[in-house]
Design a protein around this ligand. Structure first.
Ligand code: NAD
Length: 437
């Protein structure tokens, strides 16, 4: 079992790998996307990965300690404790939208817990996947970490391997297939999936502040973020004013002269077509479509949709692009009912300074995680578990929770100088009668 020093050295090696190849990583991701601002790769991938690495390395000694547990009287004076041991070999399957952070973020927890890993990155970012394979084989022994590249066939074969744990990040539909493949080997899974994450604006909250946070969360990486606010619920009387604030927020974030260069592309033509069709469907059914000024060139411009049909694509499937439906409500109960008609989301954003409204929304809408009066930021907290609930995922990672998820909690009991329980019998006598009382 790898000791603390070995684990820390592996984490340090991962850190060196990223730092020494920072430029190339950002360049390759930019090419795979057909244009993504370097700052987005830095701020949303490289920096959080390095921050998580530093924090995990610093706390690892404490997390690895055996944990003493209470012993009930019939087992006294014995001692009981839990050892956090490696699971073995962990398979990691990652998506294209944050190709670095979602392949190597799980690896931090996997290595911290003393495991070995095999990674299958996405075929949709081929440049990055090849680079990752090259870097990992240069920095790590192949029996500690290795990368297997390829498309759906490779992915299917990969998920059928008898891993000790399979860590999947991607869509809910593929997650279901991965879990089915893993079941044949009784391989436990962690599934980090998608969904429709709502932002709920309560009547008291300033629209301009909410708009700023929503623009950041929704239009970074052109909306291709698993925890991006998928749609906004807003009091009926405030919908138009909120739309104006969001449009103005977009124009500030992506000023006309830089609206194309400062903004990410949609990853493939297929994804772009899906988004265009969803907007067209909403337009055909009478929804209003709003766009900011600015020249987005070939890129898919930020798009607001008011009065999208509830049964249409925009309000029934995960959007995963820069389209924001604005949905109105009359009472908070009506807003909660709207959320409930959909699967449990990965994230929830609540904008209010009113304690009662906050409690009502938090109690009334289930989600994997929450940021209050902001978007995305709960994922950046090294000490919070990150994961979904229901159809948005199984299991959480990051920090100590990730270390534990990737560990086997092994129970150990050691009797004291008298083994009280064995004295109870058989043959059963007075002591056994006392114990069952
Ligand atoms: P995807 O499910 O299409 O692909 C993810 C990975 O699965 C890829 O590596 C792919 O090669 C592999 N794969 C494809 N078919 C497979 C099969 N049959 N068996 C095994 N593996 C297979 O997802 P995507 O399009 O790359 O990513 C977008 C989705 O991921 C969105 O739904 C988004 O919400 C979700 N996501 C979730 C998180 C999270 O942390 N919860 C993070 C990012 C993305």
């Amino acid at each position: 079992m790898p000791d603390l020093a070995t684990r820390r050295e592996r984490l340090a090696c991962l850190r060196r790998m990223v730092i020494e190849n920072r430029e190339e990583i950002a360049r390759v991701i930019d090419t795979d996307f057909g244009g993504r601002p370097r700052q987005e790769t830095e701020l949303l991938e490289i920096v959080p990965l390095l921050k998580g690495l530093r924090s995990t390395s610093a706390h690892l000694k404490k997390w690895m300690r055996d944990e003493s547990r209470h012993v009930a009287w019939p087992f006294q004076p014995g001692t009981a404790w839990v050892r956090y041991e490696p699971l073995g070999i962990v398979g990691i399957i990652s998506p294209w939208n944050y190709p670095l952070f979602l392949a190597l973020g799980p690896l931090v927890d996997v290595l911290a817990a003393g495991n070995r890993a095999l990674i299958k990155p996405s075929e949709i970012t081929p440049g990055f996947s090849d680079l990752l394979q090259r870097l990992v084989s240069a920095y790590f022994d192949a029996d500690v970490v290795a990368v297997e590249t390829g498309g759906v066939e490779v992915a299917q074969a990969f998920s059928a391997l008898p891993f000790d744990h399979l860590f999947f990040t991607g869509s809910t539909s593929v997650g279901r297939k991965v879990m089915q493949a893993a079941a044949a080997n009784l391989t436990p899974v962690t599934l980090e999936l998608g969904g429709k994450s709502p932002a709920v604006l309560a009547p008291d909250y300033p629209l301009d502040k909410a708009a700023r946070s929503i623009v950041l969360g929704k239009f970074s990486n052109a909306g291709q973020t698993c925890i991006a606010p998928d749609y906004v619920l807003v009091p009926e009387a405030k919908a138009d004013a909120l739309a104006r604030e969001i449009i103005s927020g977009i124009e500030t974030a992506y000023p006309a002269e830089r609206s194309e260069s400062g903004y990410a592309s949609i990853i493939t033509e297929r994804h772009r077509t899906r988004l265009l069709e969803a907007v067209q469907e909403a337009r055909d059914s009478g929804a209003a479509i709003l766009r900011p000024s600015g020249d987005y060139g070939e890129k898919f411009p930020p798009t607001l949709v008011i009065n999208a049909p509830e049964e249409g694509l925009l309000l029934s499937e995960e959007i995963f692009g820069p389209i924001l439906p604005i949905v109105t409500y009359r009472t908070l109960d009506e807003a909660l009912a709207f959320i409930h008609r959909r699967s449990r989301p990965l994230a929830l954003y609540v904008f209010t300074d009113d304690g009662e409204a906050r409690r009502t929304i938090l109690d009334g809408a289930i989600s994997g995680g929450v940021t209050l009066n902001g978007t995305l930021l709960h994922v950046a907290q090294d000490n919070l578990p990150f994961g979904g609930v229901g159809k948005s995922g199984i299991g959480a990672y990051h920090g100590r929770d990730g270390f534990r998820r990737m560990s086997h909690a092994r129970s150990v009991y050691k009797p004291g100088f008298i083994n009280t329980f064995e004295r109870l019998g058989p043959p059963y006598g007075r002591l056994a009668d006392l114990a069952v009382r």
